[in-house]
Design a protein around this ligand. Structure first.
Ligand code: NAD
Length: 356
């Protein structure tokens, strides 16, 4: 079968490379955005989404790849930021031929971008992609990868929660603290377990009643209704489900002094960072506190390959990164979310200066 994959460049200001891959034989229509490789090759997941148009997909892949650059910069992963999106309905368009074409598209970038799991992409899908390119990360341990990132994300969030408690209450011990967790899935569930074991009083909400009940039985987690979790009185709120949950409606109703959780893009808009600050609520920026997973994957790129101890050592630096940016926020009089962006930009500028 002849290769029908057509690759074309999409020039985008401020992005190193953006390429479109269209393969009529398999129905692939994808975009890969390499935002910045100053600090290393770009790493970011492969998302499949039923976008309304290519313009919408381009907007998303640009936003996500830039986010990866910033996240990796602050986490010192030694990697840059990139992302790939496939346009289409995950229920109908998935096929072996499509993922092989994705692999050829990724391979055409010669290592500038390495792909990984993301929304609607499974390890099984990545195992097909890797037949066409070696630039795939986050595979199972038995396949030489770093495995499921969620427990590492949860560990980093747990350490970040402790740091946030220390910052807000001068005592980082979760023992006796009331913590509300929205979403006890892969990350939130592991966080709930760690916090309960550390003596915290953990309250949680989740769509999945069975999961909540299991956590209640095993660790004494107290189930709370979905519409009450964000606004219950607590020492710390950990959003671990959806993005955009901190917004004009919820922020005025919060009854906590600290927000620190795993959910990505938890602020609906950047100005909501300032709203939190104005209410005197300490915020641990999402992409800093939830970097444990990307840190774990990034260790695959180390000489000698994946090494869990090295990953854990790096994850244990998350509290330090948070403290650094809380200091920046205080000194510059800016919201902590903005301080995170400033820190990332500073690290990138230093990287560019080193490269000359
Ligand atoms: P998950 O799908 O395993 O868990 C999400 C949980 O939230 C599910 O149990 C779901 O039932 C629940 N949920 C959905 N809507 C809800 C609602 N309205 N109220 C209460 N619960 C609700 O996902 P995850 O991997 O645990 O990720 C959680 C968040 O952390 C996501 O925002 C994700 O982007 C972010 N994150 C995850 C990782 C990782 O390593 N998995 C890394 C970085 C960031």
């Amino acid at each position: 079968m002849s290769d029908t994959l057509q690759i074309s460049e999409i020039p985008v200001d401020g992005y190193e490379r953006v390429v479109r891959g269209v393969d009529p034989a398999s129905g692939l229509h994808a975009i890969v955005a390499v935002h910045d490789t100053t600090l290393g090759p770009a790493l970011g997941g492969l998302r499949m989404w039923n976008y309304g148009s290519e313009e919408e997909a381009l907007f998303d892949v640009k936003r996500l790849s830039k986010g990866m650059t910033y996240k990796s910069a602050v986490a010192h992963t030694g990697l840059g930021g990139g992302k790939a999106v496939i346009l289409g309905d995950a229920k109908t368009i998935k096929s072996e031929a499509l993922y092989l074409a994705v692999g050829r598209l990724v391979d055409s970038l010669d290592g500038l971008y390495t792909t990984a799991e993301d929304v609607n992409t499974t390890i099984a899908d990545l195992n097909i992609v890797r037949r066409a390119t070696k630039y795939v990360s986050g595979l199972a341990r038995e396949d030489g990868g770093s495995g499921n990132p969620s427990p590492y994300t949860a560990y980093g969030v747990f350490l970040g929660v402790r740091a946030a408690l220390g910052q807000a209450y001068d005592n980082d011990d979760p023992n006796g603290r009331t913590i509300a967790i929205q979403g006890v899935g892969a990350v939130g569930g592991a966080l709930a377990e760690r916090l309960a074991k550390a003596g915290a009083k953990v309250f949680a909400a989740d769509r999945d009643r069975d999961r909540l009940e299991a956590l209640q039985k095993e660790f004494g987690i107290v189930p709370v209704a979905e519409d009450e979790i964000l606004t219950m009185e607590c020492d710390l709120l950990a959003p671990c489900a959806l993005g955009g949950v901190l917004n004009d409606e919820t922020i005025p109703a919060l009854r906590t002094k600290v927000v620190a959780g795993a959910a990505n893009n938890v602020l609906l808009k950047s100005e909501h960072g300032a709203m939190l600050r104005d209410r005197g609520i300490l915020y641990a920026p999402d992409y800093v506190i939830n970097a444990g997973g990307i840190i774990n994957v990034s260790v695959e790129f180390h000489e000698g390959g994946y090494d869990e101890a090295a990953a854990l050592r790096k994850i244990e630096r998350i509290p330090q990164a948070l403290k650094e940016l809380w200091t920046i926020a205080h000194e510059e009089g800016i919201p902590t979310s903005e301080a995170a962006d400033h820190l990332a930009e500073r690290i990138l500028a230093e990287g560019r200066a080193r490269k000359g």
